[in-house]
Design a protein around this ligand. Structure first.
Ligand code: HEC
Length: 136
């Protein structure tokens, strides 16, 4: 009996060590992947362009929007709701907006269901930042 316990103890220790190693990995989010975000942008491109001087479509051209107050694009008529929202676009405000535009800014004219997956939003934001940057 005693010998059995001695043999068992290291096995239990190893099992515990592996458990906590896996748990640690799951808790850490993956780094944002702009390449994956480019695929998610397919959901947006019917209404938006990202390049300098790009067209306003149903939605505004987004060149240079990141880090600026909302509703600044030239020649686009924004809703009063978004113009008066007092939002500046950063990682946090964009994350909320892309989760659900119409609950983030009630009355917005951006009709989009939202993206529920946090990693997908983070990847998309990384892509938007690099693709619309004034200084790449
Ligand atoms: C059906 C068309 C449509 C789709 C699809 C759409 N948008 Fe929009 N978007 C709009 C409109 C319209 C506005 C202006 C909203 C307002 O004035 O209330 C807007 C506004 C925005 C703004 C604010 C711009 C600013 O200058 O303040 C961002 C950022 C944005 N959209 C990002 C996205 C992203 C990212 C996606 C894809 C996940 C997306 N949109 C999908 C129509 C769309």
């Amino acid at each position: 009996m005693k010998r059995f316990l001695i043999l068992l103890a290291p096995c239990v220790l190893i099992a515990c060590a592996q458990d906590s190693a896996d748990g640690g990995k799951q808790a850490r989010p993956a780094p944002a992947d702009a390449k994956a975000g480019e695929r998610t942008y397919l959901l947006c491109q019917s209404c938006h362009t990202l390049n300098e001087g790009g067209l306003n479509k149903v939605g505004p051209n987004l060149y240079g929007f990141y880090g600026s107050p909302a509703a600044q694009a030239d020649g686009f008529i924004f809703s009063e709701a978004l113009s008066d929202a007092g939002i500046s676009w950063d990682e946090e405000t964009l994350d909320r907006w892309l989760t659900n535009p119409s609950t983030t800014v009630p009355g917005t004219t951006m009709i989009f269901v939202g993206i529920s997956d946090q990693q997908q939003r983070a990847d998309l934001i990384a892509y938007l930042r690099s693709a619309t940057a004034e200084v790449p």
